[in-house]
Design a protein around this ligand. Sequence first.
Ligand SMILES: NC(=O)c1ccc[n+]([C@@H]2O[C@H](COP(=O)([O-])OP(=O)(O)OC[C@H]3O[C@@H](n4cnc5c(N)ncnc54)[C@H](OP(=O)(O)O)[C@@H]3O)[C@@H](O)[C@H]2O)c1
Ligand SMILES: *[C@@H]1O[C@H](CO)[C@@H](O)[C@H](O)[C@H]1NC(C)=O
Length: 264
Amino acid sequence: MAEARESRTQKLKGAYVLVIGGSSGLGFAVALAALDQGAHITVASSQKVKVDRALARLREASPNHPTTIQGFVCDLSQPSELEGNLAALFEAATSTAKLDHIVLTAGDAVPIKPIADTSVPEMLAAAHVRCLGALVIGKIAPKYINAGPKSSITFTGGVMSHRPMLNWTLQAAWGSAVEGATRGLSVDLAPIRVNCVSPGAIETELFDNVPPAARGAVLDGYRDWSLLGALGAPDEAAESYVYLMRNSFVTGTTSLVDGGRSVK
Ligand SMILES: NC(=O)c1ccc[n+]([C@@H]2O[C@H](COP(=O)([O-])OP(=O)(O)OC[C@H]3O[C@@H](n4cnc5c(N)ncnc54)[C@H](OP(=O)(O)O)[C@@H]3O)[C@@H](O)[C@H]2O)c1
Ligand SMILES: *[C@@H]1O[C@H](CO)[C@@H](O)[C@H](O)[C@H]1NC(C)=O
């Protein structure tokens, strides 16, 4: 009985979780939630200072943690280096054990402006981190992740793909591509599970890019944009990733965590 209960309540205990984009925002919240549930954590992103800061925050949050907390630099922005950089990250992350779960929350700044003013190189560049990143993870991850339905890969889209806002076509387009890649890879990689989380407006460091004078109005705009009149907290978004990691019967799906934006 006790053992059965432990296997139900502690599914991430001792699991090896890699969060690409784990140095900030949604990914950091996922790393923290998985750490709280007893997982070994590897975080990665493009800037060493951000990786180091995230590691310090994770260690501080869990000083006597018995599992590994490690981090590596990995830049997903250059298509020519994407496969090499991800392979090097996977090699480093699996030096002691294969992975159980991979989460991709990495995302760089995408221009938010009328499509009429957007160049073709800008359109393509907006796909590199989020979308090509997801495809290349799908290509090479099977070598580094335990086979079977307990293992999972979770990507990140956005509710903008379902209910776009003016000037957000690039995000809408590539976010939909991530959701499509999720369905395709879930078939190609089965029984490893592949899912996607598509958030609404979540109050992360992403909003630090908004000039301070405009911040209040922008955040209020996103509160109105949701059905619940609120922004999501990073730990609320993290719940969706954790659910997709834990539930070994869910694959090929997109989970919205959007305060009801999709039905407003
Ligand atoms: N927050 C929201 O409201 C929301 C809603 C819908 C969708 N999303 C999407 O969810 C993702 C995460 O958002 P967030 O709010 O967590 O943003 P965030 O706090 O800015 O985190 C983004 C993460 O991606 C990493 N990253 C950026 N460029 C990278 C690159 N070239 N290679 C590798 N890693 C890179 C960043 O670290 P480095 O700078 O060190 O690389 C950071 O760890 C983004 O794709 C975002 O568009 C967010
Ligand atoms: C869309 O972009 C135009 C031109 O930059 C700007 O004037 C307008 O305010 C933007 N709309 C929204 C909703 O961001």
